[in-house]
Design a protein around this ligand. Structure first.
Ligand SMILES: Cc1cc2nc3c(=O)[nH]c(=O)nc-3n(C[C@H](O)[C@H](O)[C@H](O)COP(=O)(O)O)c2cc1C
Length: 404
């Protein structure tokens, strides 16, 4: 959700920040609410391109080229290529999930609508750039286009028009180039259907909050409530580790809901047993730990999140004022699962707070060291689970795909 600054901003803003944030948080992929009847004056598109060209570009060179397609025969041919390159696959995929409540049903319904109606959109804008990516991994090509194309979408939205970011046509890029006379050496980046929107009451989408996906000073180091420059216990400092597993959530769930399992990988957590019978919110288990500095200790852990094949979370010591909060989460990806393991220190007292009390001037160092040691343990744990799932399914741990 967008930040709620306007009322409590501790700074003077040069813009109406409420309106700016509304624009930034409600520029959606519009497909079913594109007005296919009302023409779009070319000058509006040129105005939006002028704004888009304010975006940064590598070497400060003007190499972006914008192709505005209005001719109905050309749009029809382009729409056919879009469908052949993947639009038809989307329509088939939608038919399979229609009415099932699948997590992608809404997006597929909308994408199917666009695939079937692309030729009826008043204008299609193809954003291109002079040059071809050399595969070197150096910045300079796509990196000089994407930001301008998105500014274009924002400028459309502020004028009552809409678009959807599409790239399916790239599967038929050669034929698209032939159709439109695009010369060799020019890269197509994104195809944007442009129309007035039907209504303008778009809402922010469900996205992960910033403090869930933002690391401070070290990969995976999180802060729930930043109070200043360096992590202190009151900040809710924590750790997140993630790994992608080529298996559905149902194959990973038995491992994350097994309270004994982390002991196979952690050099601190020794094992656990259920105190209460049913694993459900409110249930408790006893965890046994050992490390060099603190020796052996036991903690009661309270299940605070239990959603089948999705979340397994517990707080240690006190469910409301925990010494630490732990959470496994399974995030479905296309054909895979992202396993996420979070830990947040506090806000309740713990061995760590006792240590800080003896050396208050070392608080930041103590917190950071704790984050570092837990990162190593937690990473071993998620990678160990991934390898167990892989070997159970006969997978090859050496050949992994990257999921976005
Ligand atoms: C790189 C990229 C490629 C995309 N390609 C397509 C596409 O070919 N067709 C399509 O209908 N949507 C495409 N999308 C749009 C996403 O599906 C869209 O962002 C998603 O439905 C979420 O909608 P929202 O941004 O309104 O929340 C693409 C988005 C991105 C970032």
């Amino acid at each position: 959700m967008p930040p709620d600054h306007p009322a409590d901003a501790p700074f003077n803003t040069p813009f109406d920040i409420g309106e700016t944030d509304r624009l930034l948080s409600t520029t959606r992929a519009v497909r079913r609410r594109l007005n296919l009847e009302q023409p779009v004056p070319p000058q509006v598109i040129l105005d939006c391109i002028d704004l888009a060209e304010q975006a940064p570009t590598g070497g400060n060179q003007s190499s972006r080229r914008w192709l505005v397609i209005r001719d109905s025969d050309t749009k029809a041919a382009l729409a056919e290529l879009y469908r052949e390159a993947g639009g038809n696959w989307i329509s088939d995929a939608y038919q399979q999930v229609e009415g099932t409540g699948h997590h992608n049903e809404k997006a597929l319904r909308s994408a199917d609508h666009l695939a079937r109606n692309l030729e009826h959109v008043p204008a299609i804008v193809l954003v291109t750039i002079h040059g071809e990516h050399d595969g070197s991994g150096r910045p300079g090509l796509f990196d000089s286009v994407v930001q301008a194309a998105w500014t274009f979408c924002l400028a459309l939205r502020s004028r009552g028009l809409g678009s959807a970011w599409t790239t399916i046509h790239l599967g038929a890029a050669d034929r698209v180039a032939e159709l439109l006379g695009i010369p060799d050496g020019v890269s197509q980046i994104v195809l944007l259907p442009v129309a007035w929107t039907i209504g303008d009451d778009f809402s922010p989408a469900e996205r992960r909050p910033a403090n869930d996906i933002t690391w401070f000073d070290h990969w995976g180091h999180t802060i729930e409530r930043p109070t200043g420059e360096a992590p202190i216990h009151a900040d809710g400092a924590g750790v997140t580790v993630e790994v992608d597993i080529d298996a559905p959530p149902s194959a990973v769930w038995p491992y994350i809901s097994d309270i004994e399992l982390p002991a196979r990988f952690s050099d601190e957590f020794q094992g656990a047993e259920w105190i209460s019978a049913e694993p459900a919110v409110g249930a408790t288990f006893l965890g046994r730990n050992r490390n060099e500095r603190m020796g052996d200790w036991e903690v009661t852990c309270h299940i605070v999140g239990y959603e089948h094949e999705r979340v397994f979370a517990w707080n240690s010591v006190d469910p409301d004022q925990p010494a630490a909060q732990w959470r496994f989460e399974l995030i479905p990806l296309a054909g895979a699962t992202r396993l996420r393991f979070d830990m947040v220190l506090g806000p309740g007292p713990s061995g760590l707070t006792s240590l800080i009390d003896t050396m208050p001037d070392k608080e930041q160092k103590i917190i950071t060291n704790r984050q570092l040691s837990q990162t190593a343990n937690m990473r071993r744990c998620v990678e160990g689970i991934r390898d167990l799932v892989d070997s159970e399914r006969g997978g090859n741990a050496g050949e992994r795909e990257t999921h976005q």
